[in-house]
Design a protein around this ligand. Structure first.
Ligand code: MRU
Length: 365
């Protein structure tokens, strides 16, 4: 997407071969771009959330394998890189998907051919992600258009959680792609952006995206969504996902489940936008089977922001030594999901619904 007239992706390869990312830890205050030059950089970038969002985590891992292949393309290095990068974050399935895909392509090749093939495949994974998200946007656009028509062209109010925007993918975003497409189609659309404690991806990243792309929006605290739904202020919810199971359970940023419950109670459609690599066909019951990342309690007891001095830093908001729990994701059971917006169309959140759209991939129906 364009920032001040320049088109950015969230990760790209320069003509000199360097892989660069937007270091998202500094947004919205600073647009910092950094080069990732070795496997350690890639592992830190994923683990410490310089990049984040399931599709971007996958794309970054793919380039991490490629950079490692340029240093050492042996079988041992390939296997070790899978392990090192896979250990960075446990929940987003795109990470494992990308690492498996790179291994599938590289393993049969002689080491001398692996680096070039790895960079090629990593670039393709990025381009595929962009195209998938563009299609998700077109499919989701029709849902927004239908609501707009039903309301006689009056403003369509969308609630979203976390950042499932272009910063979380390579471009377009998943949940935001229908919104960007609706804007382009001239539909009056407004976004309520959950701040998304503790890391505030909504306040820091989604709000930054909405601002830059001229999308009408309001930032709200995480607990405001239910109230707004009760008062008819939300027409639909669209969120992203880090892993969706074969039966349509959706794992996403902590707090998503509560939004889905509130949506159900108020008859508000609750959609999840996802690229197909986010489907984990090996898992059915998301609550029981998906590993949920537990992050440092410091993310709960401290909040990052820009001080009046202009310095970006952490502020402590709880008493010294307060213990904190920090589960980073939760699972929304399929029964609370109105539909899954994929690159192939909108699926019912059920084994049959997913298998109908992906008959070539569904293994557990
Ligand atoms: O912890 P994060 O910021 O990586 O979590 C991101 C999310 O939960 C997104 O909603 C999800 O990855 C979908 S991104 C298109």
């Amino acid at each position: 997407m364009k920032i001040d007239g320049t088109h950015y992706r969230s990760i790209w390869r320069e003509s000199d071969g360097t892989v660069k990312i937007i270091d998202q830890r500094w947004l919205p205050h600073e647009l910092r771009i950094v080069a990732l030059t070795n496997r350690r950089d890639f592992a830190s970038a994923i683990r410490d959330m310089w990049v984040r969002g399931a599709p971007l985590i996958g794309a970054t891992a793919a380039y991490g394998v490629a950079v490692q292949m340029a240093h050492d393309a042996s079988d041992a290095a390939l296997a070790e890189t899978w392990e090192v990068l896979h250990a960075t974050r446990p929940t987003a399935i795109n990470l494992r998907w990308a690492l498996d895909e790179m291994t599938r392509v590289l393993k049969p090749l002689p080491p001398s051919e692996r680096a070039a093939a790895a960079f090629r495949r990593a670039a393709e994974i990025c381009d595929e992600d962009v195209e998938i998200n563009r299609r998700i946007g077109l499919n989701g656009l029709e849902l927004i258009r239908a609501i707009s028509e039903r309301k006689g062209g009056k403003r369509v109010n969308v609630l979203t959680h976390c950042n499932a925007g272009w910063l979380a993918t390579v471009d377009w975003g998943t949940a935001t792609s229908p919104i960007y497409h609706a804007l382009e189609a001239g539909i009056d659309v407004h976004v309520f952006v959950d701040e998304t404690r503790p890391r505030n991806q909504g306040a820091q990243l989604t709000a930054w995206e909405m601002n830059h792309h001229g999308v009408s929006h309001d930032l709200i605290v995480d607990n405001a969504g239910g109230h707004l739904m009760q008062h008819g202020e939300i027409d639909l919810c669209i969120v992203g996902t880090d892993r969706t199971t074969a039966q349509g359970d959706v794992c996403n940023k902590i707090g998503t489940y509560l939004k889905a419950l509130a949506a159900k109670d108020n008859g508000v459609p609750f959609y999840v936008a996802l690229p197909s690599p986010t489907i984990d066909w090996t898992v059915r019951d998301g609550v029981k089977e998906i590993p949920i990342e537990e992050r440092d309690g410091g993310e709960v007891t401290h909040v990052q922001g820009r001080m009046p001095s202009g310095v970006v830093g952490l502020v402590q908001i709880s008493p010294d030594g307060t213990p904190a729990r920090n589960p980073a994701f939760d699972v929304t059971p399929a029964r609370l999901v109105t539909g899954l917006i994929t690159e192939r169309g909108v699926a019912e959140a059920s084994p049959e619904g997913l298998a109908r759209l992906f008959p070539d991939r569904a293994t557990v129906a």
